[in-house]
Ligand binder design. Structure first.
Ligand SMILES: [Zn+2]
Length: 70
C-alpha cells in the first residue's frame, strides 16, 4: 500500500509537469516579436518572413528588388 501511494505521487508529478510544458510545446512559432527588415529601395519595414531577399539587401516586394538591382 505504501508503494502504491508513492507510485500515485510519481505519476501525478509527471502528469503535472506535462501539463505545465504543454503550452510551450504547442506553439511552434519562435518566441519574441516579429523581426522587421527595411526595404533597400523604399525603406518600408517588412516582416522578415515576407521580405524578398536580393543580392544587395532585403526588399518589401519583388518589384522593388528588380527596380533597385536592375
Ligand atoms: Zn520597397
Amino acid at each position: 500500500m505504501k508503494y502504491l501511494v508513492l507510485l500515485l505521487i510519481v505519476v501525478g508529478g509527471i502528469w503535472w509537469i506535462r501539463q505545465q510544458r504543454r503550452p510551450h510545446t504547442h506553439t511552434n512559432k519562435p518566441s519574441g516579436p516579429q523581426v522587421m527588415v527595411p526595404c533597400a529601395h523604399c525603406g518600408t519595414h517588412t516582416p522578415e518572413s515576407d521580405a524578398v531577399r536580393g543580392t544587395q539587401g532585403t526588399y518589401c516586394s519583388a518589384a522593388h528588388r528588380d527596380a533597385h538591382e536592375g
